[in-house]
Design a protein. Structure first.
Length: 339
């Protein structure tokens, strides 16, 4: 490897953990680390972030990767946040960070350019540059897990909207009489097709008298049912699990039909913990799509699984450092931002 070969440190900040890794110019990740997050204390939360960065840096040096030029640090942080200024505004899962200048503080600590964005945007950018969206110009990416995060990338640039709050596709309502979402709206796709929503619908069917091996996996407790258990039951041939997943696929079809009509992306990428569980239903989604989309070319849009799984946040953070976007974090320290 040449001395000038650039690499980036990608950091994934969550409510309970901070994960980080060294990412090279081809999107390959090494020297992963994970440390507990302190969500209620600003200084302790920042210390968790710097501890993860320090651990990756130290591991790289021990393994003789110091020849690599670390060109920047990218951080996936919980929103709401401002990617232009690098300020975390008021994340529900990190109550200790309010109007917190995360990019500025990390840049001061390491004398490196720092960028931040939410996990949906960053994951989409990583997929566009290095992953399942490579070779496509216009990408829509959805991460289905505890919630549904989305990102839109046009020509290798994240679409942020006017204030940086665009691409909240998980909070598009597809049933105004549906269950209330955590955001306060009714019938968001997140309230119908996220991991907890999938588990809730299974529990409701079992409570209504349906039999399923899911209940046994949950130790007989309805409140302990998870989407992961449902996925295991489906693989074992459980009919109720299949029914719930087919319903989820239909919800996603309605939603993705709206996405195609609005954006007509070149590819739609599905990632997150529920992606592998839903992949067997991608064919059905394609078959159903013309009934929920006015675009006559809707079935030509590939629907694929994401390349990065649990590493989406690390890869996404690093990808932020490669985006040649006018929306740059202008740190208040004497460090050139260009990467």
């Amino acid at each position: 490897m040449q001395v000038s070969d650039p690499c980036f440190i990608g950091v994934d900040v969550g409510g309970t953990k901070v994960a980080a890794g060294l990412v090279d110019s081809k999107g390959e990740i090494s020297h992963r680390t994970r440390t507990p997050m302190v969500p209620t204390d600003a200084a302790a939360g920042l210390a968790a972030v710097t501890a993860a960065i320090d651990s990756v840096s130290a591991a790289a040096k021990v393994n003789q990767d110091s020849r690599r030029l670390i060109s920047g640090i990218g951080i996936c942080a919980p929103g709401p946040l401002c990617p232009q200024t690098g300020v975390v505004i008021n994340p529900p899962n990190l109550p200790g960070w309010r109007n917190f200048p995360l990019a500025e503080l990390v840049s001061k600590a390491y004398r490196l350019p720092v960028r931040i964005d939410n996990d949906g945007n960053a994951a989409a950018l990583a997929e566009a540059i290095w992953g399942a969206g490579r070779g496509y110009r216009n990408i829509f990416c959805a991460t289905i897990g505890t919630g549904i995060g989305t990102g839109i990338v046009f020509d290798s640039r994240i679409y942020h909207g006017r204030t940086g709050a665009a691409a909240e596709g998980g909070h598009i309502t597809i049933d105004y009489r549906g269950p209330r979402c955590g955001c306060g709206k009714l019938g968001c796709i997140e309230a119908l097709a996220s991991g907890p929503a999938i588990a809730r619908r299974a529990a409701e069917k079992i409570a209504a008298g349906r039999s399923s091996s899911i209940l046994e996996l949950a130790g007989g407790r309805l409140d302990q049912i998870t989407s992961e258990m449902l996925g295991r039951a489906y693989l074992a041939g459980d009919l109720l699990a299949k029914e719930v997943l087919q319903e989820t696929a239909m919800y996603l079809t309605v939603w993705l039909g709206n996405i195609v009509d609005l954006l007509e992306p070149d590819v739609m990428i599905i990632g997150g913990g529920a992606a592998s569980m839903l992949q067997p239903f991608f064919g059905e989604i394609r078959d159903w799509l013309p009934s929920w989309c006015i675009n006559s070319h809707c079935q030509e849009v590939p629907l694929v699984t994401a390349h990065y799984g649990a590493d989406a946040g690390i890869a996404g953070g690093a990808a932020l450092c490669r985006e040649l976007s006018p929306h740059r974090v202008e740190n208040k320290v004497d460090v050139p931002y260009g990467i």
